[in-house]
Ligand binder design. Structure first.
Ligand code: B12
Length: 319
């Protein structure tokens, strides 16, 4: 029986790699007790900031059996999105690499659907389950860690020994039993480059991120004005932030993604500072047509650009 499961796992792995995923791992569905404590403490400290949805569906988030009926295995996939090149002008407002190409939610979901169909057709006609990539109350990193794809770094990202951390995570939660992977040992050691490099002090301690202070949160998720305390501290990031990943030694060997869909729009990397600040709605629509930046809408990007350039609001507004 175990041999059969090993064979299934091998065939699923081969198909996943063929579809363009960078790695794959398996973990048995269970209640994530340790992660539950991390999540509880994160929420209790208000580190989820304005992302109220992170407190919803707590029980499902720590136990996929409550989310997907008959769930036996979480199949986690990684997809490398590290780009070949960065923005040409180093003075231009910066956008996080994950948003260079086509919105990963669409790219990964499409491939997950194909992987699901493959398993159903070739391995298990009774296959049931669902697939997600940051699209349900699921702890993507915790499952990737549990399935042996990497460890959680001090910057809270999942780090894969060969790929680094510029990887997306997705998962199938299915009713087919498959052999689980061995968790990888944490390998940050004494390094604290990410903690020291964060310009807003969002990494409060190793493995603890306060989203209230995270540039990625402030420029993507935060609604309303960006609090004045962050003026001059966003280090020219206009959408997301990669600092805690850029300084990570495990990303020194990151290889460019081969995924066509993650290639940036031709004009994006060439934009000069002036062109960024003069960007009108039509140009925004064209350049970010497929990117996750579209989620911030033109007004969101404008708010961030204004925050980078203007010198502050009326006196007394130091919120
Ligand atoms: C909310 C959210 C954010 C928030 C909060 C980030 C955070 N650290 O929690 C904000 C908006 C700030 C954000 C930013 C970014 N995000 Co985000 N985000 C999420 C989301 C939706 C939920 C994360 C979450 O549950 N946070 C709550 C905390 C408590 O959980 P956690 O960080 O995942 O850690 C868990 C475990 O790892 C565990 N844990 C942590 N350490 C240890 C150690 C041990 C020993 C154990 C047992 C457990 C453990 O405890 C936690 C609870 O299970 C996920 C998608 C998803 N559904 O999972 C994407 C996700 C985490 N984001 C992602 C990305 C790409 C980013 C950015 C890089 C984007 C950017 N460039 O701007 C940044 C990175 C910032 C950072 N350092 O985290 C990827 C991360 C891929 C990776 N390699 O890790 C994800 C997984 C989306 C995806 N499907 O690919 N994000």
């Amino acid at each position: 029986m175990d041999l059969i499961k090993q064979t299934y796992a091998r065939r699923i792995r081969e198909e996943a790699l063929r579809l363009g995923f960078s790695d794959i791992g398996f973990a048995s569905v269970e209640h994530l007790k340790d992660d539950e404590e991390y999540l509880k403490s994160w929420l209790n400290q208000g580190f989820h900031a304005g992302m109220g949805y992170m407190a919803n569906h707590f029980d499902k988030r720590v136990n996929p059996a409550l989310l997907v009926e008959g769930a036996k295995t979480v199949v986690s996939v990684l997809m490398n999105y590290y780009p070949e090149s960065g923005q040409a002008d180093s003075a231009a407002p910066k956008i996080a690499r994950y948003a260079y190409g086509k919105d990963y939610h669409f790219v990964i979901k499409e491939k997950l659907q194909k992987l699901f169909d493959f398993i159903k057709k070739e391995i298990c006609p009774e296959l049931g389950g669902r697939f997600f990539t940051d699209s349900a109350p699921v702890l993507d990193r915790a499952w990737a860690r549990k399935s042996g794809l990497g460890w959680i770094g001090k910057n809270t990202n999942l780090i894969h020994k060969k790929l680094g951390s510029f990887v997306f995570i997705g998962e199938l939660i299915i009713n087919l039993e498959l052999p689980g992977g061995e968790p990888v040992k944490e390998a940050c050691g004494r390094c604290r480059l990410c903690l020291d490099a964060c310009p807003t002090g969002a990494l409060m301690a190793p493995y603890q991120l306060d989203a209230n202070k995270c540039t990625s949160y402030l420029t993507i998720e935060h609604k309303g004005d960006i609090p004045e305390v962050f003026r001059g501290k966003l280090d020219n990031w206009v959408f997301g932030c990669d600092i805690c990943q850029e300084v990570c030694p495990w990303n020194r060997k990151a290889r460019p993604t081969q995924e066509e869909a993650f290639q940036p729009h031709g004009d994006l990397l060439k934009l000069l500072p002036d062109q960024w600040f003069q960007l009108d709605e039509d140009a925004f629509r064209e350049i970010f047509r497929k990117s996750a930046v579209k989620r911030a809408k033109y007004t969101g990007l404008k708010r961030n650009l204004d925050f980078l350039t203007t010198t502050g609001k009326k006196e007394g507004n130091n919120e």
